[in-house]
Design a protein around this ligand. Structure first.
Ligand code: ZN
Length: 256
């Protein structure tokens, strides 16, 4: 089995402190590549160093909507040269209505600046969005998506929303929420985006999948998302792994 964890945060303390065992377990679980998202500019270099020499660790750089503020010129400069910096994608960037500060109005220009850089440099994007799909749609219309495409991570919208957003070329990444029991709306979404637009992720150390409880999530636990997706789709795990890995490779320009 060859699985790609399209979104995790290896630079978070819970994982960084045990990085070697985290990566070994991922390898044992069949995770052939992980995309660790570096979401605070002052941590971009740490993430690049962490990924250096590890061919199975890709990284994305961006400013998360939770800390959205105008990018300092030195960081904007790195972002415009993200590929030379070694990044595989720009993200996670996005829009989040479920936080008080920064406001959505403050987040929009920061998101659009980063989206525009991704488009100009044709870097795939990793997007975080909660309860702001209308705004996302408007930003995508205003700025556009890079030809390289991108994906919304931990996508929890409906199949209709996925249809609307897939017109821009977006894919949809899912993880722990797949394991949280049956849910007709979510299952319809999974069936809609499979096989061509579904990616798997953990968002480790967050969004712990069942049956784990009370521990940090880790990329190896992606097997639970894979198992759940296979049950929802009624398709063997090997097949779900094959297509979701193929999709991740396509979007990230990754050759495995
Ligand atoms: Zn994340």
């Amino acid at each position: 089995m060859r699985i790609v964890d399209a979104h995790c945060h290896l630079d978070r303390r819970e994982l960084l402190d045990e990085l070697d065992s985290v990566l070994r377990e991922a390898d044992d679980a069949g995770v052939v590549a992980m995309v660790t998202a570096s979401v605070e500019p002052h941590l971009w270099t740490l993430t690049r160093d962490l990924a250096a020499g590890r061919t199975n660790v890709l990284f994305s750089i961006g400013m998360h909507p939770w800390i959205a503020s105008p990018l300092e010129p030195r960081y904007l400069d790195i972002l415009t040269k993200a590929r030379d910096f070694g990044a595989a994608a720009i993200g996670e960037i996005g829009l989040d209505r479920m936080i008080d500060s920064p406001s959505l109005e403050e987040q929009v220009p920061i998101f659009e600046t980063q989206l525009a850089v991704a488009r100009e440099t044709n870097m795939p994007v990793v997007i975080h969005v909660r309860r702001a799909f209308g705004e996302l749609h408007r930003s995508l219309k205003r700025v556009g998506l890079p030809a390289a495409g991108g994906y919304i991570h931990n996508f929890t919208g409906s199949a209709e929303l996925a249809r609307d957003l897939s017109r821009f070329g977006l894919c949809f990444s899912m993880g722990g929420v797949l394991t949280y029991g049956r849910n007709g709306r979510r299952d319809a979404l999974v069936r809609y985006v499979y096989p061509d637009r579904l990616l798997l992720e953990t968002d480790a150390p967050d969004i712990l999948p069942l049956p784990h409880r009370g521990v940090p999530n880790r990329p190896a636990y992606i097997v639970h998302a894979l198992h759940a997706a296979s049950e929802i789709l009624g398709v063997p795990e090997e097949e779900v792994a094959k297509y979701t890995t193929r999709n991740a490779c396509r979007v990230l320009g990754l050759v495995l």
